[in-house]
Ligand binder design. Structure first.
Ligand code: GTP
Length: 291
């Protein structure tokens, strides 16, 4: 048995910090030990004070001021600095006993999860056998009201998929802010997206062909017949990964938070049962892993 943790990711404003807070409340109410790590160097207000805060190592405000960087460049700089100072994490996480769930709140800039190797290097450090050896699960949040049309749904799902491929840890998708999906039409619409398949695009192409529309959901991924094959290929790709299932989250509803927590527990245990442990020598981080 080892320590385990969840990395909470997703675009800006998706509800990551609110979800972390709901998760911590649930864990504490059930007398489970948790350790809250804030890795957003710009985050200010917290419902639960972080046990470890990247701002104690480096703050985005200072970096922007002193290095003359903008918010995105500044964020990358903060993470590069964190990677050069991994003892900041190790010193705090290493002494924790095995029953702790470590909740890691990430910033909303999705480039961190999609195309630069910073987060994979960080995850490697956290999970490395013989070092911190934390069993990690990734939770990727997308906001329900944002993904209620298929263009945004597929764009969001592709970014979630990209994070999954980059990190190589058990991954769950979460549709957040479900309380904002109102009315029968909205709920019916959302049901199609919670467990979607490529046929969503086909249905919409048929609707466009016969001129009919679906309230609040009239876009295909890319409009126009010439894009039909590309739309289908993208949808088929997502389908083949089995990635288009979302857990629903309404932070006001404790049952939805508890259900997600049990998925996190299961994902980590399943992964632990499946994955042979990698020896520490093979996981040594080389220069090529660093950004
Ligand atoms: N109605 C509703 N609002 C929510 C929910 N979760 C978050 N919010 C609101 O959405 C806004 C953004 O929430 P955060 O938790 O700060 O989102 P975040 O993903 O951490 O944001 P960044 O750190 O800026 O990327 C806040 O105003 C929250 O109160 C939810 O489940 N329902």
């Amino acid at each position: 048995m080892s320590k385990y943790g969840v990395v909470v990711m997703g675009p800006a404003g998706a509800g990551k910090s609110t979800f972390c807070s709901a998760l911590i409340t649930n864990l504490r109410n059930n007398r489970r030990s948790c350790f809250y790590v804030n890795l957003d160097p710009a985050a200010e207000d917290f419902t639960h004070e972080p046990d470890l805060d990247i701002k104690d190592l480096i703050s985005l405000e200072d970096v922007m001021e002193e290095m003359g960087l903008g918010p995105n460049g500044g964020l990358i700089y903060c993470f590069e600095f964190l990677l050069e100072n991994l003892d900041f994490l190790s010193d705090a996480l290493d002494p924790l006993s095995d029953e702790y769930l470590i909740v890691i709140d990430m910033p909303g800039q999705i480039e961190l999860y999609t195309h630069i190797p910073i987060l994979p290097a960080l995850v490697k450090h956290l999970t490395r056998t013989g070092a911190l050896d934390i069993r990690l699960c990734a939770a990727y949040l997308l906001e329900a009201t944002f993904v209620i049309d298929s263009a945004k749904f597929f764009a969001g799902t592709l970014s979630a998929m990209s994070a999954m491929i980059m990190l190589e840890v058990p991954h769950i998708n979460i549709m957040s802010k479900m309380d904002l999906v109102k009315g029968q039409v909205g709920k019916r619409q959302m049901k199609r997206f919670l467990d979607a398949d490529a046929s969503i695009l086909e249905e919409e192409e048929a609707e466009e062909d016969d001129g009919s529309t679906n309230p609040g959901d009239t876009q295909t991924l890319m409009k126009g017949k010439s894009f039909n094959r590309l739309n289908k290929a993208v949808a088929g790709l997502i389908d083949s990964f089995g990635m288009v299932s979302y857990l629903r989250l309404d932070v006001q509803d404790e049952d939805s938070v508890a259900a997600i927590l049990s998925y996190i527990d299961d994902a980590i245990q399943f992964h632990e049962a499946q994955e042979p442990k990698e020896p520490i020598e093979e996981m040594e981080m080389g220069d090529e892993d660093l950004p």
